[in-house]
Design a protein around this ligand. Structure first.
Ligand code: F0G
Length: 527
């Protein structure tokens, strides 16, 4: 229903105005497979080829008939959907299937991951932030307990005259009457410094241009400053590392090191020693960086990230929210680069295109069972989304993983086409990147273009959106830029992508590339 101009608008006022300004303000009325439909002025249904496919959440397309049929049947059966704090064996059934798949695809080959279900991708990542902090806190408690024990040992040794307090660069204990008083000064000062350190939040590691969501903690793991900076005071900080410089990673975090002060009694002397303090909470990694032009991690980067986590002792969190669930030709994109995670996150396509669902998986060696009650949500683990997830997994795994092979093959065809466009328009296309049905085409820098429109839109990071608006208007194809630096277009269609879809996309891209090459900016202008 359209509202009269004078009616107040309560939702999406700014967003809709902006969408209209770039030619994307269309309301779709129906969707199936890779096609969206809208009604034109005369009420006729107009099909649009959808390359966005729910931001990669539709591996089996819009309203997949098998998933819809399954959804209808579980609703007809009146399955319990919300029965919190009861035995919900569907959660375990789903986790069991996920573990069987992880056993096949992770380098360690074990399937021992405890599952915590949630509602959105960002919530699953947020859960990982919380769980990693539980782990870190447990390490801190072990350390501080050690210190307390050592303090008592020192008191006993000094009290019995078996030890004296040595000079230490950490604490000035000059004006003390005797060693006992000296020791108490020392203990007080160590306690004060250690308490300061223990009270500090963790620092997280992530890759430059990462996207891990927009909740309070996750937005700090998402590098884009427009989204992150307004909320920087709300959560722990992140150190962003370059995926293309793996050899620099260890050095880049060297300055994060902090030491807890401990007391040691040896050879009749009480001395102060430094103990490594767990500053780093976790390392968050997307195996294919969506917001960074669909760039897969290199094997060298994957190896170094694992080595950093092992050296620091923090969990490696493999965020497969975008890349997982078969899109790259395997269930886990990380399996392509041999990246072993301690936690995994999944979301998007696990909802089958009709439910909201996500899950965080924790290796049993690290899982803290109390977390099952420390995190919960009214809607998580519900019977409906679990039933849909089971169906999606069954469809992915059917026929010995046919869906993965189709995703890989369709992705290769799409990539071949994009590569040929790049070859024919080297002055317009900078890069084509990605894997499987998760690819992007990046335009060359147009901030010095001779066309006013192209130059201005490139300067404001809007070129990709204007290009998307043009492709939608002229070719009836829906694409969007990757991430906020809108100098690109992304393709993440379902496995139902046809050769004809790819051919149509090719002619649309060639048309746009010719416009940019010829600096014919007026043609791109939104109407
Ligand atoms: N992690 C990754 C790798 C993602 O790609 C996303 C979302 C999230 C976490 C957050 O999930 O939206 O369900 O809370 N990516 C979308 C995108 C927004 O543009 O691909 P969410």
């Amino acid at each position: 229903m359209s509202s009269a101009a004078s009616e107040p608008i309560f939702a999406d006022r700014l967003l809709n105005d902006w969408l209209a300004s770039v030619g994307l303000g269309i309301e779709y009325s129906r969707a199936e497979a890779n096609t969206l439909y809208f009604r034109d002025g005369s009420g006729r249904e107009v099909p649009v080829l959808d390359h966005v496919c729910g931001f990669g959440s539709l591996i089996f397309g819009h309203n997949n008939p098998d998933i819809i049929e399954h959804a209808k049947s579980v609703l007809d059966e009146q399955i319990p959907v919300y029965v919190q704090l009861s035995r919900q064996s569907h959660a375990n059934a789903l986790a069991t299937v996920l573990n069987a798949i992880l056993r096949r695809e992770t380098p360690s080959g074990d399937g021992d991951y405890a599952a915590i279900f949630a509602n959105s991708g960002a919530e699953a990542v947020e859960i990982c932030v919380k769980h990693a902090e539980l782990e870190r806190r447990a390490r801190i408690v072990r350390l501080t307990d050690d210190v307390l024990r050592h303090v008592e040992e020192a008191r006993e040794a000094v009290g019995a005259g078996r030890a004296t307090v040595a000079e230490t660069p950490y604490v000035q204990v000059g004006a003390a009457r005797d060693d006992r008083e000296k020791l108490e000064h020392l203990i007080a000062e160590i306690g004060r410094r250690n308490a300061e350190l223990v009270a500090k939040g963790p620092v997280h590691l992530a890759l430059e241009n990462a996207f891990h969501g927009k909740l309070v903690a996750t937005v700090q793991l998402t590098q884009n400053p427009h989204w992150r900076m307004p909320f920087i005071a709300l959560s722990s900080s992140t150190r962003f590392l370059r995926a293309d410089r793996p050899e620099e990673m260890k050095g880049a975090i060297e300055d994060l090191r902090e030491s807890l002060l401990d007391i040691l009694v040896a050879d009749g002397a009480v001395t102060v020693v430094e103990r490594d303090f767990p500053v780093i909470g976790a390392f968050f990694v997307e195996p294919v960086q969506g917001a960074n032009g669909m760039r897969p991690l290199t094997e060298a980067a994957a190896r170094e990230i694992r080595a950093v986590c092992d050296a620091v002792g923090c969990p490696l969190i493999v965020d497969e929210i975008h890349s997982g669930m078969g899109r790259t030709g395997a269930f886990l994109a990380s399996s392509h680069m041999g990246l072993q995670g301690d936690y995994y996150t999944l979301a998007k396509s696990i909802g089958g295109g009709i439910a909201k669902n996500s899950v965080a998986l924790f290796h049993q060696d690290r899982f803290r069972p109390e977390f099952e009650v420390l995190h919960s949500s009214t809607f998580a683990k519900d019977g409906f989304s679990a039933a849909i997830a089971m169906k999606v997994l069954e469809m992915l795994e059917a026929d010995d993983g046919r869906a993965y092979r189709v995703a890989a093959e369709r992705g290769e065809r799409l990539m071949e086409m994009l590569t040929s466009v790049k070859a024919d328009f080297p002055e317009v296309v900078d890069a084509v990147d990605g894997i499987g049905l998760m690819v992007a085409l990046e335009f060359t820098d147009q901030t010095r273009a001779t066309s006013d429109l192209i130059r201005e839109k490139a300067g404001s990071g809007m070129l990709g959106y204007v290009v998307a608006g043009y492709i939608l208007r002229e070719h009836r194809i829906r694409v969007l830029p990757v991430g906020p630096a809108g100098n690109s277009v992304r393709f993440e269609p379902s496995v139902h992508l046809t050769d004809e879809d790819i051919a149509r996309t090719e002619s649309a891209l060639r048309d746009v590339c010719a416009i940019i090459r010829d600096q014919d900016g007026d043609r791109l202008a939104p109407r």
